[in-house]
Design a protein around this ligand. Structure first.
Ligand code: ATP
Ligand code: MG
Ligand code: MG
Length: 355
């Protein structure tokens, strides 16, 4: 089997490498600054775990390689302006938005979009960074360099957030996991819950939206679509052309993990619909050091990224999966006192979903 080079050497690249191992697929996660001579990229299929990258010796070399899957799609989705334009072109519902070119636009922004405006940097934002929530009178909070570099969206009063993780094969067929319910706090994903059967109306809407996007782009591999639930409709928040944090539960809760699914898709291997037969919960470890006492509960799967622990940094996650919801709820109750206070609301939220 061909090796796979992953541009980016964070936790997603690490978990792609882990997923390749049992299949005999060698995965090389590489940072953009890696020496191109040290990476067997010429013989490899190339993918990425990051959405944009600087021009370096390595990225210049691989830019011309025809084994770089989705190469021209990354820049289109990495810029929120062109990503939103794509959604509008496809007629897919998304939070109403506009480009924010200068401060003179504020009166028009509030009259078009309402009292809560969410300003987002066009590129480079993640985990809620590069975002501002602005109400009339608060325009001064926005740094001057944001104008021209940001879009502004309507603040959406959603009842919940879900994401759809799916994959498209070279032959165009698409497969999906059940929708994942996500709790974000201060812009960062804290907890996800997934069930074998999602609400059929929402699942069908989401699948038709994401397959329209992947087909229009000719995309191959795993893509994630984050949505707001408003009434019985989905509004697309954003797209990620890669494996996604809200799909981490699939490592232990699905017959094929999102990481293996991505490798299968880019390598042209079989891509059946992953089977999900039990509910799953994923708890992100954010700025918290590892505690091996978590392993006292037999349901806890620890995925530790071996990164330096810093505040607000994703350093690992815990997956729990079990067919019986009460057993899962009980394990979460056992786990709760072993985690810092900022985890408690996310654990209670997951327990509510499991009721
Ligand atoms: P990620 O780490 O998922 O890439 P990000 O920094 O790209 O995050 P978004 O996904 O755009 O940021 O926003 C983060 C969170 O902020 C959302 O999941 C949601 O909770 C909230 N949010 C973003 N946009 C809006 C909006 N228009 N209305 C209401 N809430 C929003
Ligand atoms: Mg994002
Ligand atoms: Mg997001």
């Amino acid at each position: 089997m061909k090796p796979v080079c992953v541009l980016g050497n964070g936790q997603l690249g690490r978990m792609l490498r882990q997923a390749g191992e049992p299949l005999g697929i060698t995965v090389y996660p590489v940072g953009p600054d890696a020496d191109p001579q040290a990476v067997p990229w010429r013989q490899a299929v190339i993918t990425a775990e990051i959405e944009r990258w600087p021009e370096t010796a390595l990225t210049r070399e691989i830019a011309g390689h025809n084994g770089f899957v989705n190469r021209d799609i990354f820049p289109r989705l990495a810029d929120r302006l062109t990503q939103k334009q794509l959604l509008d072109e496809l007629g897919l519902a998304t939070a109403p938005w506009q480009l924010l070119a200068n401060a003179g636009e504020w009166p028009g922004v509030f009259s078009r979009l309402g009292e809560l405006a969410i300003v987002k940097r066009r590129t480079g934002g993640y985990d809620g960074r590069g975002q501002w929530r602005i109400r009339p009178g608060g325009e001064g909070e926005l740094p001057a360099d944001a104008y021209g570099e940001c879009i502004v969206e309507q603040g959406i009063n959603f009842s919940g957030e879900v994401s759809l993780v799916g994959a498209r094969a070279h032959d165009g067929h698409c497969v999906f996991y059940p929708l994942t319910h996500n709790l974000h706090e201060e812009g960062i994903l804290r907890t996800s819950v997934a069930f074998p059967l999602a609400d059929p109306g929402l699942q069908q809407q989401a699948e038709s939206m994401l397959s329209a996007i992947m087909n229009a782009l000719g995309y191959v591999g795993v893509m994630a679509m984050e949505c707001f639930i408003v009434g019985d409709r989905l509004l697309i928040n954003e797209l990620a052309p890669r494996v996604h944090n809200s799909g981490h539960w699939t490592q232990n809760g699905a017959s094929i993990s999102q990481f293996e699914l991505h490798l299968r898709a880019v390598l042209g291997l079989a891509l059946p619909v992953p089977v999900v037969s039990t509910p799953s919960v994923m708890v992100n470890l954010i700025g918290t050091d590892v505690n091996y006492d978590w392993l006292n509960d037999a349901l806890v799967h620890l995925h530790w990224y071996e990164k330096e622990v810093r505040p607000a940094r994703k350093v690992g996650h815990l997956n729990l999966t079990h067919p019986d919801r009460a057993t899962l709820t009980h394990s979460l109750s056992t786990l709760a006192p072993q985690l810092p206070p900022e985890y408690q609301s996310g654990i209670r939220w997951a327990q509510e979903r499991l009721k």
